[in-house]
Design a protein around this ligand. Structure first.
Ligand code: SF4
Ligand code: ZN
Length: 316
């Protein structure tokens, strides 16, 4: 039987390795990798995510997204040495026995290979409890593993970025993550949080900016990129991973995309418009936590609330 090879629609020379259904393009390995790197560079410049001389802290977990982002940023910074940008990887150790150790080693080795400084910050040192302890201390299963962990992680990344003297915090959220987060907040009635999703960087009182250079890239394209670039990533699954609604939403959007290529893009564009208008609404400006003094939606922030529930449970 004769085999049909499809030629790359960009370089028109090499056999295609990837079909981008929503654009109709067939891309060879090289052109595919370049398309991801170009897309990240365009997103960075479109939203003025990184300025000249900025020191960028990349939140690196050891998964495919964050290691790919570190790789892409290293490459972009090397291409423009006169911009004077610096890179530092910050990794958060949740304190989950048997799970974090593998990724900490992967991050350490990969950073050494890329010549990137790396620092680890643990929940235990920042909040006095780690995830293994929190799972025992929580008063009920209503405090789900991933919601406690997510609350701690967001704060830990902020503290880590301040500690390494960064001007910018880059996280590897992709388009799928953002669609799921939007829907989760919508379904939970958490409208104010929708304002946080939009890709225009939030600038904090400290002057620190939060950016997401992969926000306009599909999750499976990043997975394919990591594979093509032979970027090592963690294989161990977290023992506390809960089957949250996020998993259902991921499958829902993937099913829609399969039948209607490009629908995620359309949904993303609409959601970002909504997010932007909510971010500008006066109600979303927030207050200050009466315990730690950081930005908060209520009188006490979610981190201080979680820590206080966990520690008061210890004293019982
Ligand atoms: Fe934390 Fe959940 Fe991720 Fe495990 S799966 S590291 S508990 S957010
Ligand atoms: Zn607080």
């Amino acid at each position: 039987m004769r085999q049909h090879f499809v030629i790359c629609s960009k370089c028109e020379k090499t056999t295609s390795a990837f079909h981008r259904a929503y654009s109709g393009e067939h891309l060879c390995r090289k052109c595919f990798m370049r398309s991801i790197e170009d897309k990240a560079a365009k997103t960075i410049s479109k939203y003025s995510m990184i300025g000249y001389g900025d020191r960028v802290a990349v939140a690196v977990s050891g998964g495919k997204d964050s290691l790919s982002m570190l790789y892409v940023l290293r490459m972009l910074f090397d291409q423009h040495p006169n911009n004077g940008n610096e890179l530092v990887a910050v990794t958060i150790d949740e304190g989950i026995k048997g799970y974090r150790d593998e990724s900490l080693q992967i991050v350490k080795d990969f950073c050494a290979q890329l010549r990137v400084e790396s620092k680890v910050f643990s929940y235990k040192s920042l909040f006095g409890v780690d995830m293994d302890e929190s799972m025992v201390l929580r008063p009920s299963e209503k405090m789900s593993s991933c919601s406690m962990c997510g609350t701690f992680r967001r704060r830990a990344i902020d503290i880590a970025a301040e500690a390494v003297d960064a001007d910018v915090i880059a996280t590897a959220h992709n388009m799928d993550d953002q669609l799921q987060t939007f829907m989760i907040n919508l379904l939970a009635g958490d409208i104010e949080r929708i304002g946080w999703i939009c890709p225009e960087p939030v600038q904090y009182a400290t002057g620190m900016k939060k950016v997401k250079p992969f926000i306009e890239i599909y999750e499976y394209e990043i997975a394919f990129y990591a594979l093509q670039r032979e970027i090592p990533f963690q294989s161990e699954e977290c023992p506390y991973m809960n089957e949250s609604i996020r998993t259902d939403l991921r499958e829902f959007f993937n099913r829609l995309e399969k039948d209607h290529p490009g629908i995620k893009h359309n949904a993303y564009n609409s959601m970002m418009k909504i997010s932007k208008s909510l971010r500008n609404a006066p109600a979303s400006k927030g207050k200050k936590c009466s315990i730690c003094g950081r930005g908060s939606m209520g009188d006490v922030c979610s981190v201080c609330r979680t820590v206080s529930v966990l520690t008061s449970n210890t004293q019982i």
